[in-house]
Design a protein around this ligand. Structure first.
Ligand code: SAH
Length: 347
């Protein structure tokens, strides 16, 4: 099966299901090795870095899994000013970051005017950098304005490609169809897009994961964010177990083999769940890490799940340490924009 996957970059749904259900260790090791090889063929033994700026934890949505959901009154809410964000970029640029990811809740104050002004100023000051946005669902017109202002990439995890499952993770107002339409709009506008999912979110089955893989294969996104679900103690999902890191690693490998040119982050959630999660992710086919560039005094407040890493080697300040860790497994950290090979649009 791995041979077919390696050659054709596809498998039937039944075969994908069999891969997900098999935990024979030699099979899994062979899968990771094939994914590693496919990644090295595309990109070399290189890990790309993106500086993550979590610039607001204010959110109008009430996703059942997320620590910064509207109903969590215990969150100390913040929004960074334009100057604060520009300061993060200045620090990050000096450290070698050439991509900034601006992520936040769906904060009503993030108007097109505010965001376009921010994006165009980052674009003006750091013209050798790529700007990635991850601020949730917006109208096509809004996405177009942000693109015209200079944002070229957008991350919007689809969370699950099965509508009934989506409905168990979100309140009624949020719909999978709408989220998928957003991804389609972003793609048509010309963004490099990232979708993705949590592994082991409540009620998830392997059949759901097969549908996720099929959706990813069809969408051909430039990036796919995959991390384990980790419960947050002030959410309705507080008592559900964390997702499996082995399943997360397996999914990384399958996505790498289905879409070989994709950018795959070894996510903070994987790093939180496993001490050597970043390295294990890379050894399973991931090739991006997003160290935290947010100001120190807000990091703990962007708490999507319990014990989210925001200190140590995961942070931008510890880039040297991260470099050493990847060198230890034979990988180099790239200081470049790290565009996806799937894109013809590298402006
Ligand atoms: N508001 C933006 C950013 C969301 S936070 C948006 O809608 O895209 C980024 C991602 O964190 C989410 O897409 C979700 O997949 C992940 N996340 C949220 N809560 C989580 C949890 N409890 N465990 C693991 N990942 C979580």
């Amino acid at each position: 099966m791995i041979g077919i996957l390696r050659l054709t970059h596809d498998l039937s749904d039944a075969e994908l299901l069999a891969c997900l259900e098999c935990d024979d260790s030699s099979f899994v090791e062979e899968l990771h090795a094939a994914a590693r090889e496919a990644c090295a063929q595309q990109y070399g033994k290189v890990v790309f870095i993106r500086g993550l700026i979590e610039f607001t934890n204010i959110c109008k949505n009430d996703c059942y899994y997320c620590g910064i959901r509207r109903s969590n009154s215990k969150v100390d809410r913040y929004r960074l000013s334009k100057e604060d964000v520009l300061d993060c970029c200045t620090r990050g640029h000096a450290m070698g970051f050439r991509t900034f990811v601006l992520q936040g809740g769906e904060d009503g104050q993030l108007t097109d005017a505010f965001m376009c002004d921010l994006v165009s100023e980052i674009h003006r000051r750091f013209d050798d950098c790529a700007i990635t946005l991850s601020i949730g669902e917006r109208s096509r017109e809004s996405y177009q304005r942000l693109y015209d202002a200079g944002a070229q990439r957008y991350l919007l995890r689809h969370e699950t490609a099965t509508a009934e499952h989506y409905a168990r993770l979100h309140p009624k107002a949020l719909m999978l169809k709408h989220r998928m339409n957003c991804l389609q709009d972003l793609k048509e506008i010309g963004y490099q897009v990232g979708c993705g999912l949590m592994v082991g979110s409540p009620f998830q089955t392997c059949e759901h994961l097969v549908r996720d893989l099929r959706y990813i294969k069809e969408l051909q996104p430039h990036m796919v964010g995959i991390g384990p679900f980790i419960p947050h103690h002030d959410t309705p999902f507080r008592d559900y177990p964390a997702g499996s890191t082995d399943m997360t690693l397996k999914l990384l490998s399958l996505v790498r083999l289905l879409v070989p040119g994709v950018l795959l982050p070894a996510t903070t959630a994987l790093g939180t769940a496993l001490g050597d999660g970043r390295e294990r992710g890379v050894l399973a086919g991931a090739n991006v890490v997003m160290p935290n560039l947010s100001p120190l005094n807000v990091r703990e407040k962007y708490s999507l799940y319990d014990n989210k890493l925001c200190t140590g080697d995961e942070t931008a300040e510890q880039l040297e340490k991260l470099r050493e860790r990847f060198a230890g497994i034979g990988y180099q950290v790239a200081v470049s924009r790290g565009d996806s090979l799937l894109t013809k649009n590298s402006n």
